[in-house]
Design a protein around this ligand. Structure first.
Ligand code: PMP
Length: 411
C-alpha cells in the first residue's frame, strides 16, 4: 500500500511514446518525423560550425572558475545579447526591461507562468488551438485555468482568424494572459500576417490581455532566402513581438529559446524577458523573478550560455551563424518541396499546397489519427497523431517512402 496508489495514471508524453514505438520497430525502412530537432541531409544531428568555433573560443578563455556558479539571473552578456536580438533598437532604454537566463524555452515558459500567475492572478491563460503540448501542462501546474482560442481551421487548412478574434473579444476577462507564438507556430507552421498581428494587438489592448510571446523559433527557420539572408533583414521573425512592444501601451513577457536556432538542445539555453511600464515596476518584477528562480533552480547552467553569448557578441561569428541558419532553413524548404512534388506525382487525393506555404520546422498535414496509424502500420512511418510532421527528418533517401505512406493512407 502506498500514499500514491490513488494517483491518476498519466499517459507517456506523446513524443516519448512515439520514440519508444519507433525503437521497437525492426523494419529497415522505418522513418520517424516526430520531435523538432534538426537533422542534416543524411538524417544525422548537426552541430553548427559556428558553435564549434565558439566552443574553441570559450575553451581557450576558460580558467579554474569555469565550473563556478553563475549569479542567480544567469550570465549577463548572454541574457542582454539575447534581449537585444529580440527587441533590437527597442532594447534601449533598458530600465523597463527585466531579463534572466532560464533552462531553455521550457524553463522560460515555466518561470514566466509562475511569475504571472502569482503577480496577475489571471482568471485564465489563453492558448491557441492547437498549441505546443507543454503550454497547457506548464500553466496547469501553476494552477491557472487553461482555455483555448481558435487557430487552425481543419477544413481550410488555414488560420481561423475571424473566430480567433471573436473568441478573444467576447470570452476573455481583463487581466487574462494570452500566449502567442512569436513566429513559426508549433505545431501548425501558420503565422498571422502583419495586418492580422495588428488586429490581435488591438484586441489585447482593448481587452487588457497580458501578451506572453513564446519565441522558440525566432531568427531561425522561417527565413525566406530571397529576402532575409540576402538583404540582411533579420528583423522579420521578431516583427510581431516588436510591434506589440513598439505600441508602448502594453507590458509583455517573452520566453526565448536557443535550442533550435543554435542547435544547443541539450545545453538548455534560454531567457525570459519582461517589458514593464516603468523602471520602478521593473525593479519589483526583478525581485520576484529572482526569488522564484532561486527556489526553482538557484542558478542556470553556464556552458551553453557562454557559447551563445560568444556567437551573439562577435560580429564575425554572428554573420557565420546567419549562414548556418540559412543552411538549415534552405534544406527544410527543399524537403517541403520534395514531399509536395512526390505527393503530386503520385496523385495523392487532397490538396497539399499547405505543405509549401507553412513555415518553420513543422508541417501540419491535416492527416487524421486513423491515417497516421495506417502510415505507421503499413509504411513504418512515425508521426504524431495530430498529423504534424517534423520536416527536418526528411531527406533524399526517405522522402519517396514517406510520400508513398501518406498516399496509401489517403486512399
Ligand atoms: N516553445 C515551443 C513552441 C516549442 O516548440 C519548444 C520546443 N519544442 C519550446 C518552447 C521549448 O524548447 P526548449 O525547452 O528546448 O527551448
Amino acid at each position: 500500500e502506498s500514499l500514491f496508489s490513488e494517483l491518476d495514471d498519466i499517459p507517456l508524453d506523446p513524443h516519448y511514446a512515439l520514440k519508444e514505438d519507433f525503437s521497437a520497430d525492426t523494419s529497415p525502412s522505418k522513418v520517424i518525423l516526430g520531435s523538432g530537432i534538426y537533422r542534416d541531409k543524411d538524417g544525422k544531428p548537426w552541430v553548427l560550425p559556428t558553435v564549434v568555433e565558439a566552443e574553441e573560443i570559450v575553451k581557450a578563455s576558460e580558467d579554474s572558475g569555469r565550473y563556478d556558479y553563475l549569479p542567480i539571473p544567469g550570465y549577463a552578456p548572454f541574457y542582454t545579447a539575447a534581449r537585444d536580438l529580440l527587441f533590437g533598437a527597442l532594447s534601449s532604454p533598458e530600465e523597463n526591461f527585466v531579463s534572466v537566463q532560464t533552462i531553455s524555452g521550457t524553463g522560460a515558459n515555466s518561470l514566466g507562468a509562475h511569475f504571472l500567475s502569482n503577480a496577475l492572478k489571471p482568471s485564465a491563460v489563453w492558448l491557441s488551438n492547437p498549441s505546443w503540448v507543454n503550454h497547457a501542462n506548464i500553466w496547469k501546474s501553476v494552477g491557472v485555468a487553461v482555455r483555448s482560442y481558435p487557430y487552425w481551421n481543419p477544413e481550410r487548412k488555414a488560420l481561423d482568424f475571424e473566430d480567433m478574434i471573436q473568441t478573444l473579444t467576447l470570452e476573455t476577462t481583463p487581466g487574462d494572459v494570452i500566449v502567442l507564438h512569436g513566429c513559426a507556430h508549433n505545431p501548425t507552421g501558420l503565422d498571422p500576417t502583419k495586418d492580422q498581428w495588428k488586429m490581435i494587438a488591438n484586441v489585447c489592448e482593448r481587452r487588457e490581455l497580458f501578451p506572453f510571446f513564446d519565441c522558440a523559433y525566432t531568427q531561425e527557420l522561417t527565413r525566406d532566402n530571397s529576402q532575409g539572408f540576402a538583404s540582411g533583414n533579420l528583423d522579420e521573425d521578431a516583427w510581431a513581438l516588436r510591434h506589440f512592444a513598439f505600441r508602448g501601451s502594453m507590458e509583455l513577457a517573452v520566453a526565448q529559446s536557443f535550442s533550435k536556432n543554435m542547435g544547443l538542445y541539450g545545453e538548455r539555453v534560454g531567457a525570459l524577458h519582461l517589458l514593464t511600464g516603468s523602471p520602478d515596476a521593473a525593479g519589483k518584477v526583478k525581485g520576484h523573478i529572482l526569488r522564484l528562480q532561486r527556489g526553482l533552480i538557484s542558478q542556470p547552467p553556464k556552458r551553453g550560455a557562454t557559447i551563445a553569448a560568444t556567437i551573439l557578441k562577435d560580429t564575425t561569428l554572428f554573420q557565420k551563424w546567419l549562414a548556418d541558419l540559412c543552411e538549415m532553413s534552405s534544406r527544410i524548404k527543399c524537403m517541403r518541396q520534395a514531399l509536395y512534388d512526390e505527393l503530386i506525382s503520385l496523385g495523392t487525393p487532397g490538396n497539399w499546397d499547405h505543405i509549401l506555404t507553412q513555415i518553420g520546422m513543422f508541417s501540419y498535414t491535416g492527416l487524421s489519427p486513423e491515417q497516421v496509424s495506417s502510415m505507421r502500420n503499413d509504411g513504418h512511418v512515425y508521426i504524431l497523431s495530430s498529423g504534424r510532421i517534423s520536416v527536418s527528418g526528411l531527406n533524399n533517401a526517405n522522402v519517396k517512402h514517406v510520400a508513398r505512406a501518406i498516399d496509401k493512407a489517403c486512399r
